[in-house]
Design a protein around this ligand. Structure first.
Ligand code: HSE
Length: 445
């Protein structure tokens, strides 16, 4: 075998006109939209698939809850029994969480059912195990909805760019944080006020931690990096910083310097001087020049910017969350998986043949915007620039604002390694005349 592909041969399809049985696991916002659209578009789906689809059952935790338009006889709390029915061919998982969906998805794959999941946390944490189960059974495992919902970025990396070499994927893959940062930039609001507004409008969840601390974006970065670099990158491999420490002052300073602050997921192929390649994936607030296409992505929209060797730069933009956009991605996968059940064959699998090493965050090189509160005294600037010089880091711009007894000093560096920058910040913080290093924000290269 030239790579890690399974030696599975794929069986024949069920044949044109055969019914594809669907098990739906979960009936939240996305599940309800998936069910509604399967019924509403049944004729179109039949034409696109080559046979009709029939929802055999819907696994929920509470069958007594009111669900308008959903026949009560389809509801069950026994997800395993539903998955294992002989007349179920494709299992759609839209439950969320990790442990229980993992158990169900593995059970489905091992039983020879193709799986469509919207679950980014599950895929980012357990992709190897899931891919191995799908390969062993010769079935499909689709997860387009796991990254940026309706934006077809998974299919684009798996299929459309399968003949190219991806250098970098950078994107806004979390709508909640983009809404908050955009509100802070356009209204001057504090982080707390913008978060409260996002919660009031239903963008942010009651517990916004996964979004605002970057965990949701980190899962998506892991998935994108794995697909783009044919190398397994998991959630734990992704360096992650959220937006909860971004202040109105940071936004205003960035604006004055010609930047917007965006929470970017960045997946990068690094090439050492000797040509050795590695990959890095990270999520952190990033200064994006206002003339970069990502800077104009506002409200809760998502966008993914892909740089590929032959294709050049590509950008994908749209709705990255919500019941309908997520259902669109789930249904695209459902049509694909069902087609393969009817006609035979499999979609491109999760292939990690390149096995590139994962570079630590310290090895990443970028530029920095460092905001400090310093004593307004002769020699302070010289002492500070000496620290940068000692570590071999060149300064690009220095701006000082008078604040009475103290001064605000904003330094923008040329490219430096994260590990070097960490040492510089430690030394700066140790200087008597540096009262505080308020923030360090990376600039997109
Ligand atoms: N909570 C996510 C967002 C959507 O705000 O973009 C689901 O990943």
């Amino acid at each position: 075998m030239a790579n890690n592909q399974a030696a599975t041969t794929y069986g024949h399809g069920k044949g044109i006109g055969a019914t594809v049985g669907i098990a739906l696991l979960g009936m939240g916002t996305v599940g309800a939209e998936v069910f509604r659209l399967i019924n509403e578009n049944a004729n179109d789906f039949e034409q696109r698939i080559g046979g009709p689809v029939a929802v055999r059952g819907i696994a929920v935790s509470d069958t007594s809850k009111e669900r308008p338009g959903v026949p009560a006889e389809l509801l069950t709390t026994d997800a395993h029994a539903l998955i294992n029915r002989d007349d179920v061919d494709v299992v759609v998982e839209v439950i969320g969480g990790i442990d229980y969906p993992r158990e169900l998805v593995l059970a489905a794959l091992r039983a020879g059912k193709s799986v469509v999941t919207a679950n980014k946390a599950l895929v980012a944490a357990h992709a190897d195990e899931l891919a191995a189960a799908a390969n062993a059974a010769g079935v499909d495992l689709f997860f387009e909805a796991a990254v940026a919902a309706a934006i077809p970025v998974v299919g684009m990396l798996r299929r459309s760019l399968a003949g190219d070499k991806i250098q970098r994927i950078s994107g806004i893959v979390n709508g909640t944080t983009n809404f908050i940062l955009d509100a802070m930039e356009t209204t001057g609001a504090s982080y707390e006020d913008a978060l409260a507004e996002a919660t009031r409008l239903g963008y942010a969840e009651a517990d916004p931690t996964a979004d605002v601390e970057g965990h949701d974006a980190a899962s998506k970065a892991a998935i994108l990096a794995s697909l783009g670099f044919y190398t397994r990158v998991t959630f734990d491999d992704v360096h992650c910083e959220g937006i909860s420490k971004i202040t109105a002052e940071d936004i205003e300073a960035a604006d004055r310097a010609g930047y917007s602050i965006k929470l970017l997921a960045i997946c990068e192929r690094l090439t050492a001087a000797d040509g050795t390649e590695s990959v890095n994936a990270r999520v952190h607030p990033t200064l994006v020049p206002k003339d970069h296409p990502l800077a104009s992505v506002n409200k809760s929209y998502n966008a993914i910017f892909v740089e590929a060797e032959a294709a050049g730069s590509l950008m994908f933009y749209g709705n990255g969350a919500g019941g309908n956009p997520t259902a669109s991605a789930v249904l695209g996968d459902l049509v694909g998986a069902s087609r393969n059940k009817v006609h035979g064959g499999r979609a491109p699998e999760d292939n990690t043949y390149a096995h590139l090493p994962i570079a630590s965050f310290g090895e990443v090189e970028t530029r920095y915007h460092i905001d400090m509160e310093v004593a307004d005294r002769t020699g302070v600037l010289a002492a500070i620039s000496n620290v940068f010089a000692e570590f071999g880091v060149s300064l690009r711009t220095v701006r000082q604002e008078d604040r009475g007894e103290t001064a605000r000093l904003i330094v923008v560096t040329h490219a430096a390694r994260e590990s070097v920058l960490a040492d510089i910040v430690e030394h700066l913080s140790g200087l008597d005349d540096v009262h505080a290093v308020n923030s360090v924000i990376r600039l997109d290269n």
